[in-house]
Design a protein around this ligand. Structure first.
Ligand code: CO
Length: 136
């Protein structure tokens, strides 16, 4: 069972510039900026209540974020739902007929294990399942 919306991911062209917007809106700067080289992205995180805003900027043109912006422009990229046990949630979603984008959980930013669901089976909204990593 998902616990909450853990974060909303937004694809941006210029992280520095977009950071200014969320700093002004939320009253504090990004608490973390992290490079996820496997995904070719630079990510910044803002706290908003019990959830977060994740800004994603492509580091190269092969990045999924570069492809997304090329097709759709900047904007909301994904919704991430926190789960207790990502493998169990992946199994459940698969059994329920939803397509996963990876067979195994991947290492995501901010100390998470993540898996995306294919947007063609989720109303066009890219959905991320994420679980806090417990192994440090
Ligand atoms: Co995310």
């Amino acid at each position: 069972m998902p616990l909450k919306i853990e974060h909303i991911g937004i694809a941006v062209k210029d992280l520095e510039k977009s950071n200014l917007l969320f700093k002004a809106l939320l009253g504090s700067a990004a608490y973390k900026t992290e490079e996820v080289s496997e995904e070719g992205v630079l990510v910044s995180f803002f706290k908003t209540g019990d959830s977060k805003i994740e800004l994603l900027q492509a580091l190269n043109e092969n990045s999924p974020i570069a492809k997304f912006i090329g097709k759709k422009g900047e904007g909301i990229h994904h919704l991430a739902f926190e789960v207790e046990d990502i493998k169990a949630s992946m199994e459940l979603m698969k059994k329920s007929g939803f397509e996963l984008l990876s067979d195994e959980p991947k290492r995501g930013a901010d100390n998470k294990l993540i898996c995306f669901l294919h947007p063609k089976s989720t109303n066009g909204v890219l959905i991320e399942l994420c679980q806090e990593r417990r192994d440090g």
